[in-house]
Design a protein around this ligand. Structure first.
Ligand code: C2O
Length: 566
């Protein structure tokens, strides 16, 4: 049914004047420590914040300043990233290890301090070094500032739903072993909802997340995919969900019975408890299209209506098949942004930098006299425009930029792939001449306030795959997406320049492409990478160096005194 256009715009009620005095300083302390917890019939040592998994939920209002004192009492190097936060003039607080800071070494601390402006909704925080984010993560919820409201009816309750991934091993050992052999890391053994695997796994009867609801009431579920290496289908038996925001940007309300969510993304949905009193499973399993093995287990939680007989078995939803790309694409491509909402900005029309960037897997030579466990006896790697990023070891990229230190990175990241080929042709999957990508530290430098358009093109090298590409420091608009090779003449006609979805992480379709556009209005060094940690470690990344602007208020501030040293 077609709704009148005005109903799809942001209907926004301003209750009185918003007072400037409402902005607050919100302060937290993160004690990061190893601890032992029981899961899946065994005891496992994990690294966690303040003894909990997921870690603490941070709640702020738009306009607030967040101050987090991080004490690293773990045996590992550590940093924390505030995923999706713009970090306007606070790039020193962004967090990716060796990009904006050297890591906090064991026994040391660092205070992250930044203001949250012009964005509201669900974001999250996570460790940004090695694979520690598997267990070092939590929700970061930004409410409208005092006097302002959501562009949808106020929900009865708000509930973070943090989806995670679990190994019966130390995740640092898992990734280090893979990096040593050059092969693929071991698959996880479970997924989790708010830290709990759910009752379909062994020894997990008491490890099941439960949400109690009242019939007739509406709940805002703030779903976060904190899994390391898997996109997930998420469904609740017999209930529809209304998507109202993704990646902390409001969307045109969209009704669906299934959500697909990539690592890094968030999806806010309204759940109306409008079914007969009873209990219903929420469930999630992987969305995977590669021919490799993968974690094919299902995590569950239970939605229990008040007054239901809790001895009856909950109703189970039927999840899509693991490789159901049509369902994933329908969900991802149906979303549009809600025009004229708070913090909405029109799509920039004039593009300064046109980039065409291939994303996919590649190889790195194993080295003389050695055999590696990637294909053809080589090491697995991954790349953008055939450049596989290698991070510096003695100075972060941002420190090098700020201090004009040469020899740490170069600014010749190419605007186009070095060779043009039939990118998604699976007959070229093993084309040796295309498979090897050099290990480099090539970044893309852009002028302050320039508008960048990037076509992200998946390749079939080794295998096609849906890569969730995340940009630090900015939201971007997703103008169009499709399958096969991007064709400018044909596909630029499909651009939505009116109300495209706004995101910080785009799941580039498997064997396909997506076009994104953003304005680089914040000086600093901003990481861009695949949010599957296995690919990030293999080098599927680059970074934007955004130059200073013309005025004092558009220039990089000096680093805080306690910025960790390498
Ligand atoms: Cu959520 Cu660079 O990451």
């Amino acid at each position: 049914m077609a709704l009148p256009k005005f109903l799809l715009l942001c209907v926004f009620v301003l209750l009185g004047c918003s007072s400037m005095a409402s902005a607050a300083i919100v302060e937290h302390t993160f004690n990061v420590q190893n601890l032992t917890i029981g899961r899946l019939c065994q005891q496992q040592v994990i690294t966690a914040v303040n003894g909990s998994l997921p870690g603490p939920t941070i709640r702020v209002s738009e306009g607030d300043t967040l101050v987090v004192h991080v004490f690293n009492k773990s045996p590992y190097n550590l940093t924390i990233h505030w995923h999706g936060i713009f970090q306007i003039l606070s790039p020193w607080a962004d967090g990716p290890s060796m990009v904006t800071q050297c890591p906090i070494t064991p026994g040391h601390k660092y205070t992250y301090r930044f203001r949250i402006i012009n964005q509201e909704g669900t974001l999250w925080w996570h460790a940004h070094v090695s694979w520690l984010r598997a267990t070092v993560h939590g929700a970061l919820i930004i409410r409208p500032r005092a006097g302002q409201s959501y562009p949808f009816p106020k929900p009865h309750k708000e509930v973070p739903i943090v989806l995670g991934e679990w190994w019966n091993a130390s995740v640092v050992d898992v990734v280090n072993q893979a990096l040593a052999t050059g092969g693929a890391p071991n698959d996880s053994v479970a997924f989790t909802i708010n830290g709990k695997p759910g009752d379909l796994y062994p020894c997990s009867q008491n490890q099941t997340y439960k949400l109690h609801v009242q019939q007739g009431k509406t709940y805002l579920l703030r779903i976060i995919n904190a899994a390391l290496n898997n996109q997930l289908f998420f469904k609740i038996a017999n209930h529809n969900l209304t998507v109202v925001a993704v990646d902390a940007a409001y969307t045109t309300p969209t009704v669906t019975n299934v959500v697909v969510i990539a690592p890094g993304q968030t999806t806010d949905v309204l759940l109306k408890a409008n079914q007969p009193v009873g209990s219903y499973y929420m469930a999630a399993h992987a969305y995977v299209t590669t021919p490799n093995t993968f974690d094919n287990t299902t995590t569950t939680g239970i939605i229990e209506y008040e007054g239901s007989n809790s001895t009856a078995a909950p109703i189970m939803p039927v999840l899509p098949a693991f490789n159901d790309t049509p369902t994933a694409f329908t969900f991802y491509s149906n979303l549009t942004s809600l025009e004229f909402c708070p913090h909405w900005v029109p799509v920039p029309r004039h593009v300064n930098e046109h980039m065409f960037v291939t994303v996919g897997l590649s190889l790195e030579p194993c080295g003389a006299n050695a055999t590696c466990q990637g294909i053809n006896g080589q090491r697995f790697s991954a790349s953008m425009n055939n450049q596989s990023l290698e991070l510096p070891t003695s100075l972060s990229l941002l420190q090098a930029f700020y201090g004009n230190v040469t020899g740490v990175y170069t600014t010749d990241f190419p605007n186009n792939p070095p060779v043009t080929f039939d990118f998604t042709n699976t007959n070229l999957t093993n084309a040796t001449s295309l498979l090897f990508a050099p290990k480099v530290t090539k970044l893309k430098k852009v002028k302050f306030n320039s508008t960048v358009q990037m076509v992200l093109q998946n390749t079939a090298l080794i295998t096609t795959e849906n890569h969730p590409m995340h940009l630090h420091g900015f939201d971007f608009y997703v103008l169009a997406q499709g399958f096969g090779n991007y064709n400018k003449t044909r596909d630029s006609k499909k651009f939505n320049l009116v109300n495209p979805q706004r995101r910080n992480t785009i799941a580039v379709p498997d064997g396909g492409w997506a076009v994104i556009r953003f304005t680089a209005n914040n000086p600093g060094v901003w990481y861009m990478h695949c949010h599957l940690d296995v690919h990030l470690g293999w080098g599927l990344a680059t970074a934007f160096v955004v130059e200073n602007g013309p005025t004092p208020s558009t220039r990089l501030p000096p680093p805080p005194k306690d910025l960790p040293k390498c």
